[in-house]
Each structure stands twice: as C-alpha cells, then as structure tokens.
Design a protein around this ligand. Structure first.
Ligand code: 8YV
Length: 324
C-alpha cells in the first residue's frame, strides 16, 4: 500500500499527479486554510505532508500524527514549523532553498522602484482622474541610480538583490552575522558594514532575514530613527521582523521617505495604518510568485517528500538529527 500524504494547500495539478505516482494523496485543491485544528485532523493518519508557510506545524500538530515521518515546506522560510518538536518526534523537515532566489530578488526590486518613484500613489491619482496637466514639479521621486543599496541578511536572496544593484551603478553595503567570502563580496560588489552603519548609510534598505525570536522587531523605532529621512525600507522577508506600528509612525511623519512591503505582522490581516499612507508600495506576500518558480518550489518539496518516505536523505533536510 502506498503511504498516505497530505498536500495542505492548493498546488498545480502536475504536482498532485507526480505525488500520486508514489503516494495516496489527500489534497486541498479547494485551498481551505486548515489552521492548527484542520492540520491535526488531516495529518492524524498521514506519513508525510507538503505544507506552506501559512500552515502552523506546531508541537501539538506533530503529537497528533503518530505515523508522521516528513514535513516538506514549499517555502524557503520555515518559521511555521516547530523544528525542535519535529526532531524530538523523529519527523524530518525540509524547505525549498535556491529555486526562488531570483524571483524573490526581482520583487524586492519591483518594490524598491515602486516606492522610489512613487508609482502606487501616482497611479491612484491618475486613475482617480486627478491628472489635469503635466507639471515640471510633479511627483518628484528618489533616484535609484548611484544611490546606496543596503542589505540586511546576505544569504542567497540578499546576494541576488545585491547583484542587481550593478545595473544601477549603486554602491552596495550589507550586514550579516557572518561576512561573505571575498569572491562572493566581489560578485555582489558589496562591502560588509556593522548594522548601525548600514542603517545610517543606506538610501534603500532591503530586509532579507529569516524570521525567528532573535529577529523579531529587529527594525523598530530606534533603528528607523538611525535611517536617513530620504531613505526607503523594503521588506521581502517576513512580517514581525519590522515593528509595523513604528514603521507607520516614521512614514507618517516623513522621518522615512517610503517603504515597499511584501510581508506584514499578522498577515493576511495587517495594520490599517498602511492604507492611509501615500508613501508605501504594498504587495500581498508574492515574492516567489511566478508560475515557473512556484512550480519549482512545489516540485522541490515533492522531491524531498518522495526521498524522505523512500528511505533516502531528502536534499533539503533542515534537521539532520531527525534523520539519524
Ligand atoms: C512562499 C516565502 O511562497 O519561501 C518563502 O519563505 O515567503 C514564499 O516564497 C510563501 O511563504 C508561501 O509558502
């Protein structure tokens, strides 16, 4: 008999077809958000699951699934998974690093350019019929070319964001706990600086950090106060890394010029204060959302699950102790 697995969110039919070659699949093509209780109920008789960053794989969920062997996230971030609880229960967990780097870096740039040139507000103004005539001094934005691009968190996606800075002849600085080797710094034309210097010097600060208790509100009122009033903040990482209340206050008072945000605290709900601001570009967590990349993410998660449940070490194993 084939092992039974859950696919917790809607995925492309090709992914379900592939999984059905190996497993008895309980899918969720209706895309109901299962939440903790739903996951507990649907995972109880399963050997594995494909999960999204929206699925809370808590210790309680894991405890309710005695036959569970593998949780394969179709996301690079895995703050939705209690990794320690997985390891204790001998459940392997995997993510999808690499396949979404360029697509997510592209969105960082889309948000950066949108906030720099005030596109969302200008478009709303145009659509509202408020464009009565061209003016020389109208919708003045910030220059991107030759500005300083700052990156907090210099993993694969941070490096992809940095490399794109070359086309705009930007100065690139970054902060990361560990400094990159010289060849990678050279490929990104990036210079390591301490965090305060990064905050003080960046014209565009892009956040690309994983979310954890250690990075909760790593950008709050004190950090925002160090930034230039002409600077823009871009968050493509996770809500909770930024203190949204503090950010709204800085943007409202023009202590910060603008922000481009793909992620929010408590999403899909978010602080309604953002809607009152005309100096933000907002997106509904679509960093990796191109068809090709979402397909690659789901197929990578499927590869991990197929490996894990057939006794092979999954390529993107997060908790080697569970494998042992
Ligand atoms: C996901 C992401 O699409 O990979 C991540 O960590 O944030 C996105 O690429 C999203 O989290 C849904 O799983």
């Amino acid at each position: 008999m084939k092992p039974r697995i859950l696919v917790a969110r809607e995925v492309f039919p090709e992914v379900i077809d592939r999984l059905q070659e190996h497993f008895e699949v309980d899918d969720n093509q209706a895309d109901l958000v299962l939440g903790g209780e739903g996951l507990k109920a649907r995972l109880a008789d399963k050997a594995g699951a494909l999960t999204a960053a929206t699925d809370p794989v808590t210790a309680e969920v894991i405890a309710a699934a005695p036959g569970l062997k593998a949780i394969c996230n179709f996301a690079v971030g895995y703050n939705n998974i209690d990794l320690a609880a997985c390891t204790r229960a001998g459940v392997v967990a995997t993510n999808t690093p690499g396949v979404l780097d360029d697509t997510t870096a592209d969105l960082a740039w889309a948000l950066l350019m949108a906030t720099a040139r005030r596109l969302p507000a200008a478009e709303r103004w145009l659509r509202n019929g408020e464009w009565k005539g061209w003016q020389f001094i109208q919708w003045l934005g910030s220059d991107i070319h030759h500005a300083t691009l700052g990156i907090l968190g210099m993993g694969r996606i941070g490096q992809a964001v940095a490399r794109r800075g070359a086309g705009f002849e930007m100065k690139v600085i970054y902060h990361n706990r560990t400094r990159l080797p010289a060849d990678k710094e050279a490929a990104c034309r990036a210079r390591w600086v301490d965090k305060d210097t990064l905050l003080r010097e960046a014209d565009f600060l892009v956040l690309v950090l994983p979310y954890s208790p250690a990075t909760h509100h790593i950008i709050g009122a004190a950090e925002l106060a160090l930034m230039k009033p002409t600077a823009h903040l871009i968050n493509i990482a996770r809500g909770g890394i930024v203190d949204d209340e503090a950010l709204i206050s800085a943007l409202r008072q023009r202590r910060l010029s603008g922000a481009g945000l793909d992620v929010f605290e408590g999403e899909p709900k978010f602080n309604p204060g953002f809607l009152e601001l005309d100096n933000v570009a907002l997106a509904p967590h679509i960093g990796s959302s191109s068809r090709a990349t979402r397909m690659a993410m789901a197929m990578t998660a499927a590869d991990n699950l197929i490996a894990a449940l057939s006794g092979q070490r999954p390529p993107n194993l997060l908790n080697p102790d569970a494998w042992r």
